[in-house]
Design a protein around this ligand. Structure first.
Ligand code: AR6
Length: 165
């Protein structure tokens, strides 16, 4: 699998599936979640309600339509809320691994990830980067291209440095 790093907005990535950093309720929120629901439109929330009436557990992944976005699917994951005391790292790495498993079920061959838990949920940045890169590199998948999307220049540089070592 190719691992790419870009700086930009997750909602405008030209890939089969974009990953949402959701919460357990799966009814929208701030950060990536807010941007994805705004860009995808109301169909994304409708599909969340229909397919996930009870939401999703931390560390798990599930898909919905991407609505108006150019991607076909949103793969929602629930990262651990470090700020709220969820500090089991395996819950973070399982988000990446489970998202790739869902992509395989869908037949998605390209997927874009934000840096899960690194924003509102407060996971320490460098370890969030390590967890993303290590898990994407070590997971067996039919996905051909995984893209890590950094929101700003400093995040881009940090991820790029980590990927090139
Ligand atoms: N595109 C790419 N990256 C982004 C974007 C964007 N449009 N917006 C923010 N980031 P966060 P979390 C970066 O907070 O920490 C929501 O309320 C951001 O700079 O979106 O998993 C949910 O509903 C950071 O590096 O996700 C949950 O309640 C990374 O994406 C909670 O926040 C993740 O930041 C989830 O928090």
């Amino acid at each position: 699998m190719d691992l790419e790093v870009v700086q930009g907005d997750i909602t405008t990535q030209d890939v089969d599936a974009v990953v949402n950093a959701a919460n357990r309720a799966m009814r929208g929120g701030g950060g990536v979640d807010g941007a994805i629901h705004r860009a995808g439109g109301p169909e994304v929330l409708e599909d969340c309600r229909r397919r996930f009436p009870h939401g999703l557990a931390t560390g798990e992944a599930g898909w919905t339509t991407a609505g108006q976005m150019s991607a076909h699917w949103v793969i929602h994951v629930v990262g651990p809320n470090y700020r709220g005391g969820e500090r089991d790292r395996s819950l973070l790495t399982s988000c990446y691994a489970n998202a790739l498993a869902v992509a395989d079920e869908l037949g998605a061959t390209s997927i874009a990830f934000p840096l899960i838990s690194a924003g509102i949920y407060g996971w320490p940045f460098d370890d969030a980067v390590d967890a993303a890169v290590d898990t994407l590199r070590s997971t067996t998948t039919n996905v051909g291209t995984a893209r890590l999307v950094a929101f700003d220049a400093s995040a881009y540089e940090a991820i790029e440095r980590r990927v090139s070592t």
